[in-house]
Design a protein around this ligand. Structure first.
Ligand code: SAM
Length: 211
């Protein structure tokens, strides 16, 4: 099944269990085997999207803008196989921990910025990035994706995880997802959607391309 995985991501056995893995320094206590580290889909929406074999289009080596980096669980795996990876996180506490993941990775660049204000990092992030990964889990997730579309190359991709409860705790998640997808369609073509519930309750994985 490795054909759908980017170069630098493999399925490998850890303690007899086959898991996704990348090569790099461990970050969150994940199992390791030599230079390989297991990528836990229960702690990573993008890991879940790959486990569910969504067509992310990731091939390895691409330039990535990652929105909602937190302490670096997922973005560290991304930087293990991608090219330059810009990690945006606005909360100082997780951003401090993110620096530990950055330290051994020379292609990972942390930005203590608000993803709702892309103009504050437009001078740092190169234009025409290949992939925007977004996992901000706050109200207005579609708006964040729309505002950051400016960075994407014409043939680039948005890999988005939408958390229904961050938009409205009481609404039916399917209604929330419909609203988010409608807003995304202003600037994106939706290529694939998949509920991530096996790993992340009431989350939707979205693959989209710029219109
Ligand atoms: N993506 C991370 C991972 O898999 O390792 C987990 C991200 S966590 C669910 C959501 C993160 O988004 C939080 O750390 C939060 O501070 C951050 N966030 C929320 N709104 C943001 C914004 N407007 N700009 C930057 N970061 C934001």
């Amino acid at each position: 099944m490795s054909e759908s995985l980017p170069d630098g991501v493999e399925r490998r056995a850890f303690d007899g269990e086959t898991r996704l893995a990348t090569r790099g320094e461990p970050v969150y206590g994940e199992p390791t085997d030599g230079e390989w580290r297991a990528w836990d889909p229960e702690r990573s929406k993008l890991g879940g999207m790959l486990e569910l074999e969504m067509n992310t289009g990731l091939t390895g080596g691409e330039t990535v803008l990652y929105l909602g980096a937190a302490a670096g669980t997922t973005v560290s795996h991304v930087a293990d196989f991608a090219g330059p990876t810009y990690a945006v996180e606005f909360a100082p506490r997780p951003a401090r921990d993110l620096l530990d993941a950055v330290e051994p990775r020379d292609r990972l660049f942390p930005l203590l910025k608000d993803a709702r204000k892309p103009e504050t990092y437009a001078h740092v992030v190169e234009s025409d990035v290949d992939v925007v990964v977004q996992d901000v889990a706050t109200r207005g997730q579609a708006d964040v994706a729309v505002r950051n579309a400016r960075f994407l190359a014409d043939d680039g991709r948005l890999l988005l995880a939408v958390k229904a409860r961050s938009e409205d705790v009481t609404a039916d998640p399917d209604d929330v997802f419909d609203d988010v997808l409608d807003r995304l369609r202003d600037v994106y073509e939706i290529r694939e959607t998949r509920r991530l519930d096996r790993y992340h309750e009431d989350h939707l994985g979205v693959v989209a391309t710029p219109r």
